[in-house]
Design a protein around this ligand. Structure first.
Ligand code: GTP
Ligand code: MG
Length: 440
């Protein structure tokens, strides 16, 4: 990586307060030195105190801009190389012009993700951590951002890194000790068994967590169901604080499924308001009711709404069997009977927040947010591959020759290496960084 790259590191779509032009590579300081004048800077920009902002002027021909420049000296920079940043006003023309000048002075326009790719190649972060950086930038909910931080900071993968290292070390030791049967039986084989078992436990734990990864990735799908007229649409409108679904006193108002999302507690909650379920002679209503039943099937959580002003109501237990159900009793203001569930008044919004809290609690949304989960398909398939090799090692441990165990252990370590990046192919690495934005 002997060339120097540059790009706008901030959003380039619209004018903003400031923009940052990032330059990385051996010529970074020299390029800034040629265009930056600062009274506080004694000597060249390459002799500037690292990590310190210098106020000055970017000057080239008859173009001038007041800007801050900062120098991060290799290896203590994001990429591990010499890095310089120019913090200028966030206008589109000024930013474009400074980038043009920087490129004219010898830098090359960075490709998507190239700064982070260099950081990875310079061992500043693991491949999984780099993917965490991309997740952080793409995060649309606070829950996604929190999960991305856990990946980026290594919290989520520290068990993987340890297991990879332990497996690799013990495989090497087994190989070396094959010619010393006494030591092998007494010392090395029991140790190897321990390491295989503990790696298996960690991989299983992470894979178990991935069952909930959908909650982070695409949110919680919630079907609001119940008999006609109980207040399902009123509940959706109260949640959205908007007049979204049609509400009337006529039973059978909602026909099509109405889908709307909100963010609550850092999670995306995707609500489906459905047609009230009853026996109906009306063909259009019957189609709507079929859609309600389908919504139950595809949802993560069912909010079953009942009406406190009605003594009797249909039983939906067969339909909701095996589903996580949050019972809600609406029309608290007209209550004439007792019913199970969160008491609410959808017409005024009273108790609605309690319903949201119950949804999060019911599907473990808070645990997922606290502990973090592996969400990336690439990581999940590498974990599964590792689990298969560890299972094979465990199964054949006492019967197969040590050579076979060694092969399994190496294969398990290699599978984990696809996550940390130690054994990821160049093609995989390139594909991952291509998905980044330019400037990161
Ligand atoms: N008093 C009272 N009336 C309510 C409350 N919530 C809803 N309603 C009324 O109940 C009637 C039915 O409300 P909807 O929200 O349309 O009920 P729904 O369950 O969506 O009905 P369908 O779409 O026909 O299945 C409307 O007249 C609402 O104004 C409430 O908390 N208190
Ligand atoms: Mg409705």
């Amino acid at each position: 990586m002997d060339d120097t790259i540059a790009a706008v590191a901030t959003g380039t779509g619209a004018p903003s307060g400031i923009n940052i032009i990032r330059i990385s590579g051996p010529q970074a300081a020299e390029i800034v030195d040629g265009i930056f004048l600062s009274k506080t800077l004694k000597g060249t920009f390459g002799s500037a105190e690292p990590n310190k902002m210098y106020l000055g002027t970017i000057a080239s021909d008859d173009f001038y801009e007041r800007a801050f420049c900062v120098y991060y000296k290799a290896p203590k920079s994001y990429t591990g190389e010499d890095v310089a940043e120019i913090h200028c006003h966030g206008g589109l023309a000024v930013t474009r012009e400074i980038l043009r000048i920087v490129l004219e002075k010898g830098a090359r326009l960075a490709e998507a993700g190239e700064f982070t790719k260099r950081a990875f190649l310079n061992d500043k972060l693991s491949l999984a951590a780099a993917e965490g950086v991309a997740d952080m930038i793409r995060a649309e909910t606070v829950g996604q951002a929190k999960n991305a931080y856990k990946l980026m900071s290594g919290q989520l993968t520290k068990g993987i890194e340890k297991a990879e290292e332990d497996l690799f070390d013990i495989a090497c030791l087994l190989e070396v000790k094959m010619d010393f049967p006494d030591e092998m039986e007494e010392d090395v084989k029991p140790k190897a068994k321990e390491i295989i078992d503990s790696a298996y436990k960690e991989v299983e734990r992470l894979l178990d967590g991935t069952k909930k990864s959908k909650i982070i990735r695409s949110g919680i799908d919630i079907a609001i169901i119940g008999s006609p007229n109980v207040g399902k649409s009123s509940l959706l409108n109260a949640i959205l604080q908007e007049d979204r679904s049609i509400v009337t006193p006529i039973a059978g108002t909602t026909r099509d499924v109405v889908k709307e999302s909100i963010e609550y507690g850092g999670m995306k909650l995707n609500f489906l308001d459905t047609a009230g379920i009853r026996e109906s002679a009306d063909e259009i209503e019957r189609v709507g009711i079929e859609k309600s039943k389908n919504a139950v099937l595809t949802s993560d959580v069912v909010v079953l709404v009942k009406d406190l002003s009605r003594e009797t109501e249909e039983d939906f237990s067969a339909l909701t069997e095996g589903k996580i159900v949050v019972p809600v009793a609406n029309k608290k203001d007209l209550a004439v009977c007792k019913k199970e569930g969160v008491k609410i008044c959808a017409a005024t919004g009273e108790g609605v927040e309690e319903v949201l809290k119950k949804i999060l609690l019911a599907c473990g949304g808070e645990d997922v947010e606290r502990e973090g989960v592996i969400t990336d398909e690439r990581h999940i398939s590498a974990l599964m591959e590792c689990r298969d090799h560890l299972l094979s090692a465990q199964k054949n441990y006492d019967v197969a020759p040590t050579e076979c165990t060694v092969v399994d252990i190496y294969a398990a370590a290699e599978a984990l290496g696809k996550i940390t990046g130690k054994t990821a192919t160049e093609e995989v690495v390139d594909t991952i960084f291509r998905k980044f934005c330019v400037g990161k």
